[in-house]
Design a protein around this ligand. Structure first.
Ligand code: MN
Length: 501
């Protein structure tokens, strides 16, 4: 299941009005076409940028917005007012628009032609005031949108557009996302629960529960031939630990693990699910907790949340879509344990289910006992994470709203090898440090499960949160506990006034 963002489009929409006459409007169209084409051709733009005819009437705006709503591959609009476009003519269209939009505040010319500037130039290059008129109506209508300012060929501007387009692709994917839950929530756990009806209304994805027996039936249906084929793929891709090799005494567990992967894949594919959860408390009929199967499905773009955590499963899927085509990886993650020296380090891991897209080398395929769940030893991939700047993010249901919490972190190599640790892991230093980051995370009610990414930035997630209309709390080097606590209080007041959407 390759995620291909190039099948998606953002529409480049330029507003104007009739007063300028055909000659100026032709110039506006020519310039817009050039900007759209320029953006489309940049490698930082993950989706297609499609030029749309210049809009000069309220009817044309309304029609374009309705067309965008209905266009299956259109994930959002980039709007720009090269000239002045009286903004009352945008109200009906923006009211109808159901897709995200970005307001690009740019100008066709980077420089003013100081020596030759005349009124023709002034009449054509009016974004400085035209975009403010357009901005007003967005604010007046309380519309969530992204404003990007700068010259359209500048790398920083293009990167901001690319980041937003990735977020829009994630948001678009969520509109059709189905999350399968095998079993329910881990009993008594609070943070992984939430309002699934509201998730459907606001976050768009749907969450469907299945008895684990439905999955077990698919696992049993996998053919021996397919199992053998998949096991050879494991042998080609990973370093197998001795007990799992052809003559090893736990070889049968590897075959079981492959059979589980096949069953899971078939189940998800047939039901068109792109994210899933399981729980070690409900494995009736399964010989082992799915480990390598979950890890490999995540590497193929599926979202996953352990212990019934459907919100994290959906978030990981959205992050996978946003990260499509980028080099580094994205995974389900858990803040597992701490090193309280050196300012504080987090060892992130899970019982099994970390995505090999973040692996720094060839993963080893191993089998070890799991001290929880009372099942057979599960097969899993073990590796150290790649290093570098990364983000962890969570979405929690805090009662009358969803809250996203993001922490910027820096992944470092473990100080020494961890030969006894039988799970994949990442070691990181949170920004601004563990004391502030963990205090703010805890005040914000952030979960222990997260989506973790070495290729996405906080901005991708913030842009997504804007599109979803959810609260978003960022913890980074500028964060203080005092300011964060105030932000949470103020947000509480704001969202209690506005409520669920
Ligand atoms: Mn967990």
């Amino acid at each position: 299941m390759m995620i291909d963002l190039k099948k998606f489009e953002v529409w480049f929409v330029t507003g104007s009005q009739h007063l300028y006459g055909p000659e100026t409007l032709e110039k506006v169209a020519e310039h817009s076409r050039e900007i759209a084409g320029g953006l489309d051709a940049t490698p930082q733009m993950p989706v297609r940028v499609v030029f749309k005819p210049v809009l000069t009437t309220a009817d044309a705006v309304h029609e374009l917005c309705r067309e965008a709503n209905n266009a299956a591959h259109c994930i959002g609009l980039v709007t720009w007012m090269h000239t002045f476009s009286p903004a009352k003519m945008w109200i009906a269209g923006l009211k109808a628009l159901q897709k995200p939009f970005l307001h690009l505040h740019t100008q066709y010319n980077r420089e003013l032609p100081w020596a030759t500037i005349d009124m023709d130039f002034m009449n054509l290059n009016q974004a400085a005031h035209g975009d403010r008129e357009f901005g007003f109506i967005g604010s007046r209508m309380r519309l969530d949108r992204k404003v990007v300012v700068g010259f359209w060929q500048d790398l920083e501007v293009i990167s901001e557009l690319g980041t937003w387009a990735r977020a829009a692709a994630g948001w678009h994917d969520a509109q059709h996302l189905k999350v399968a839950r095998f079993g329910d929530n881990m009993r008594n756990v609070a943070v992984t629960e939430g309002d699934k009806v509201q998730a459907k209304i606001q976050l768009a994805y749907s969450v469907d529960g299945f008895g684990v027996g439905d999955l077990v039936a698919r696992i049993h249906a996998a053919s021996d031939r397919d199992v053998d084929h998949l096991v050879s793929e494991y042998e080609d891709t990973y370093t197998l630990s001795e007990p799992l090799t052809a003559k090893g005494k736990q070889r049968a567990s590897l075959l079981d693990a492959a059979r589980i992967e096949l069953g899971l894949r078939h189940f998800l594919k047939d039901g068109n699910f792109h994210a899933f959860t399981d729980t070690f408390e409900d494995l009736h009929g399964l010989n082992q907790l799915p480990g390598i199967a979950v890890q490999r499905l995540m590497a193929d773009g599926y979202g996953f949340g352990a212990e019934g955590d459907w919100k994290t499963a959906a978030l990981v899927r959205t992050m996978k879509v946003m990260a499509a085509g980028l080099d580094a990886g994205t995974s389900f993650m858990e803040d597992y344990t701490y090193h309280l020296e050196n300012g504080g380090l987090v060892l992130g891991a899970h019982m099994l289910e970390i995505c090999p897209s973040i692996a720094s080398g060839k993963p080893s395929c191993e089998i070890h006992p799991l001290s929880i769940g009372g099942k057979g030893d599960p097969v899993r991939l073990v590796f150290d994470s790649q290093t570098g700047p990364a983000v962890v993010a969570t979405i929690v249901d805090v009662g009358e709203r969803f809250r996203m919490v993001i922490n910027k972190v820096n992944v470092i190599p473990p100080e020494v090898p961890l030969p006894k640790l039988p799970v994949a892991r990442a070691v990181w230093i949170p920004e601004p440090n563990l004391a502030v980051a963990a205090a703010c995370w805890i005040y914000a009610g952030g979960a222990h499960h997260t989506g973790f990414s070495l290729c996405l930035t906080a901005q991708h997630l913030q842009d997504y949160a804007e599109m979803a209309g959810i609260e978003c709390v960022l913890i980074d080097n500028d964060t203080t506990v005092h300011a964060c606590k105030n932000e949470l209080r103020w947000n509480d007041a704001y969202y209690r006034l506005t409520g669920w959407r």
